[in-house]
Design a protein around this ligand. Structure first.
Ligand code: SF4
Length: 265
């Protein structure tokens, strides 16, 4: 199936609503904010996307990995009135796998469907962003939710992170990346130290947690690889081999990709 998004760890994106408000240091270079602002739109207004709302149900007949709300936060308070309808679509389409990533994990528990259980919603992977040591507590909140796959996006990684046993025992998949995007307006990309990546990878590996290394960040493409035309999340020619690791957790389709790196060249 052809990929419908440039985001390397998913097949498609679904945005039943769009717009968001910043809540975390990781929001500093928010792609949604930069892209909407470029188009003269107010990114802080969250609105329902009628044209896209039913897409997983009506248009996508074959199963795919769907990053849900790449242009918002699925648990944003402004989407409370539409979320149950989105859950209904998710429930009716178990042939898809929904990857939901939030920076508002404290809202998950009270905004799940009434019949939420691991078995009925095994095709939903819930994830939290942990960009800095200050946000490691989000993993504890995620750990309270019954869910097939609990994952963490360490992107943009903004500092060295130390995880304890109690956190490593919760995480079933780790996505890692640096700060991406071109410097525009107030946004200036920053360097992510390679030692921060390596330390995190070492910690995840020590618990056999599958790692999806997404990208090193804009800094390396400009200052190290000298790639004038950065091809997004594709590994470029000089991309260090020790970071070329793209694994997925085991999940209910029986697709096991652990230790099987999927590398886009
Ligand atoms: S939570 Fe996500 S979508 Fe919302 S402002 Fe932050 S980075 Fe952007």
């Amino acid at each position: 199936m052809a990929k419908a998004t440039k985001i390397s760890w998913t097949d498609s994106t679904w945005n039943p609503w769009k717009g968001c408000t910043k809540v975390s240091k990781a929001c500093i270079g928010c792609y949604m904010d930069r892209s909407m602002s470029r188009n003269g739109e107010n990114s802080k207004i969250v609105f329902k996307q009628e044209s896209e709302f039913n897409r997983p149900l009506e248009e996508w007949k074959t199963g795919r990995k769907i990053f849900t709300c790449s242009m918002s936060d699925f648990f944003h308070h402004s989407a409370d009135e539409w979320r149950n309808d989105a859950w209904e679509i998710i429930k009716k389409t178990p042939h898809h796998t929904y990857l939901i990533l939030t920076k508002r994990p404290e809202r998950i528990k009270d905004h799940l469907p009434d019949d939420w259980c691991k078995e009925l919603y095994s095709h939903v992977w819930l994830g939290v962003t942990v960009e800095h040591q200050d946000t490691v507590h989000r993993i504890h909140t995620l750990g309270e939710i019954p869910c097939e796959i609990k994952w963490v996006s360490f992107e943009p990684l903004l500092g060295e992170i130390y995880l304890e046993k109690k956190e490593l025992e919760i995480i079933q998949w780790g996505v890692i990346g640096g700060m991406s995007g071109y410097s525009t307006g107030e946004f200036k990309y920053e360097k992510t130290e390679k030692s921060w990546f390596l330390s995190l990878m070492y910690q995840l590996r020590s618990y056999n947690i599958p790692i999806f290394f997404k990208q090193l960040g804009t800094y390396y493409h400009y200052h190290e690889f000298k790639v004038a035309d950065w091809a997004g999340e594709k590994y470029c020619k000089n991309f260090p081999s020790r970071f070329q690791i793209r694994q997925y957790p085991k999940y209910n389709y029986g697709e096991v990709e652990i230790n099987n790196s999927k590398i886009n060249k």
